[in-house]
Ligand binder design. Sequence first.
Ligand SMILES: Nc1ncnc2c1ncn2[C@@H]1O[C@H](COP(=O)(O)OP(=O)(O)OP(=O)(O)O)[C@@H](O)[C@H]1O
Ligand SMILES: [Mg+2]
Length: 410
Amino acid sequence: MEKNQDFSTYLTEKLNQNDLDAYSQKLNSLNQDVNIRLEVFLTAKKKYHHQLITRHEYQQAKTSYQEAKANYQELIKIKAFKNNLTNINGLLKATPQSDPSYQTVVNEQKAAQKLYTEFKEVVKSQGRWGNLEKLSSTAVEIKNLAFRYDEDQPLVLDDINLKINHGEYVAIVGHNGSGKSTLSKLLIGVLQPDEGSIKIFGNLMQDSNVEKVRQFVGIVFQNPDNQFIGSTVQDDIAFGLENHRVDPELMPEIIHRSATRVGMENFLDKEPLMLSGGQKQRVAIASTLALDSDIIIFDEATSMLDPKGRREIKEIMVNLKNEGQKTILSITHDMDEILNASKVMVMNQGKLVRFGDPATVMGDKEFLRSIGLELPFVSMVEDALNNKGIKVQEGAKNLAELVDHLCTLK
Ligand SMILES: Nc1ncnc2c1ncn2[C@@H]1O[C@H](COP(=O)(O)OP(=O)(O)OP(=O)(O)O)[C@@H](O)[C@H]1O
Ligand SMILES: [Mg+2]
């Protein structure tokens, strides 16, 4: 591989726009190199985990990726453009205004200043390390979104419009096939809209920035087994961090902290085989917490778990909601979960048919039944009591609340 030192030979003594262009190209090519080798490494890691390749082959892929990464990092840290500016600043200071070359030096200083600013822009925007800023406190804004899997197929998502503020917990419900998972795939950039737009914290998602927008969005899927990639809990959380190129020195602390948040800190060396489904899901959540994703999507994350696992995961989701630092989108068939949410989205045949607070959405029982949705258990009990002539006020969040309310009735 070409070394960066070679790059410095491109540089002229006084840097100009050509140097910056050459730098930008070089950085771009090294960045692509990192991406390719990262893919190879991640594939090798999976294969090694399933014993399809030898440890040596796995190590080779790892080393090759680390070398590419080191090269890229080295080029990012290059001081040439800063030094260029420092030198000319020095010259400007040393040049008296009466000197015939003074105006030329002033112009050169301006040019060097501009070049340095542009250099920083190049570093910021090149490659996946450039971070996007949050341009808005609206976590998700969707406008006129339409999507179909095939041109000759009907729309799977049809004119979706919505806004979700940061910190909200949104439950997404709807009959099988209503488009919930498809929506989540658009939000993580795996699929692209046919029409309309998605903004994440004000950043319009487009081909060129999908990777970067994804820094904001994590997802936990239904099947705990399909999500476990590492050979231990620790490895599994580290996998995502490697993928996001977190400094290896920082990893142990991040891993420990995120595992602690889901009560898995004593399982770091355990293998997936040793874990229950609920514990695996907790690890999946820890992985998204480790990446510090501001938005976490749960796509039926509790549906394959036993009641205990389900309770544990729901508890973690409620804790995350109460901490108020995350936006949570939870796709669920568990109508009871809705009562934990701050908003409910109801999907039906690709359309967003209701979007509002749980009490209002749940109040329209006839409508929910008409599109094949169950009511939350507590709402069904309220309904049954009212039908029996026991007039209860509707809208309890859980059975305990309903019982308390019943106790106050005369
Ligand atoms: N990869 C695919 N290719 C073609 N059609 C697809 C694909 N994935 C899903 N669909 C179709 O798109 C529609 C929406 O599917 P989606 O998985 O988004 O629904 P969902 O609301 O998540 O359903 P469920 O509750 O069963 O998970 C369905 O009609 C489905 O058959
Ligand atoms: Mg689905």
